[in-house]
Design a protein around this ligand. Structure first.
Ligand SMILES: [Zn+2]
Ligand SMILES: [Zn+2]
Length: 234
């Protein structure tokens, strides 16, 4: 059977074998070219959000934390809600294009492209529940699927849909500072018990962290033992 690369749709000839580094699966349905374009986050990075320190102005770094995380941590209401974020790849132009296709053009197949990476990362982590970041119902209707839930499913796990949106997710161009203190954008769905659970939130991109902090806060308030997050890109 002919296998086509899930990102560029070129025919795949040899199976790509990754080096033995933690998050690199033996096989995936990406061509060599696309695989090589994926920029794994490696080397020194912020220990809370995994933002790479290489290329970051030292002024934006305090010890092992980036400036943003230092600010999150200083906030008594929010700082401790999200324990840690881990991301697989740098959000560069190549990934931007791939994720845009996936997200906005409803290209579900790309969940499959990233799932081997998510899967092998999850195998190294300790958790009870995987919670996808939800879309608003309007967005879900437009797109036809929730990309975060799709990532979980395609990686062979069950998504615990514990949250729903209370507001549209479009973020304005407000200063990050204002955004942090916006009112809660999620609501908990009562079906799953969060009590004492180790939860990993799944989303496609970590930008300001705001979405993930909001989700984490709700789950912590519902009794979760810990809330971390895993995203494709950072
Ligand atoms: Zn390709
Ligand atoms: Zn950070």
């Amino acid at each position: 059977m002919l296998i086509k690369c899930l990102i560029c749709h070129q025919e795949i000839s040899p199976v790509v074998t990754w080096s033995s580094l933690w998050s690199k699966p033996e096989e995936n349905d990406l061509c060599k070219k696309c695989s090589e374009k994926l920029n794994f986050i490696e080397g020194e990075a912020c220990e809370k959000c995994s933002r790479p320190f290489s290329g970051l102005d030292p002024r934006y770094r305090t010890g092992n934390l980036c400036h943003d995380c230092t600010r999150w941590n200083e906030d008594p209401e929010w700082g401790s809600s999200l324990e840690r974020n881990q991301s697989l790849f740098l959000y560069d132009d190549f990934l931007k294009e791939a994720i845009a296709r996936y997200k906005f053009r409803g290209d579900y197949i790309l969940a499959r492209a990233f799932s081997p990476f998510i899967k092998s990362k999850l195998q190294t982590l300790d958790f009870d529940l995987l919670v996808p970041i939800p879309l608003s119902s309007e967005r879900l209707y437009e797109r036809g699927f929730n990309q975060s839930a799709a990532l979980i499913r395609e990686a062979g796990f069950t998504a615990a849909e514990m949250l729903k949106r209370t507001h549209a997710e479009k973020q304005s161009k407000k200063a990050r500072n204002e955004r942090i203190h916006l009112q809660q954008v999620f609501q908990r769905i009562a079906d799953h018990d969060a009590e004492n659970k180790k939860i990993i939130l799944i989303d496609d991109i970590y930008t300001t962290g705001s979405t993930l902090y909001h989700a984490a806060k709700i789950l912590k308030e519902a009794g979760a033992a810990s809330v971390c997050s895993l995203t494709i890109a950072r």
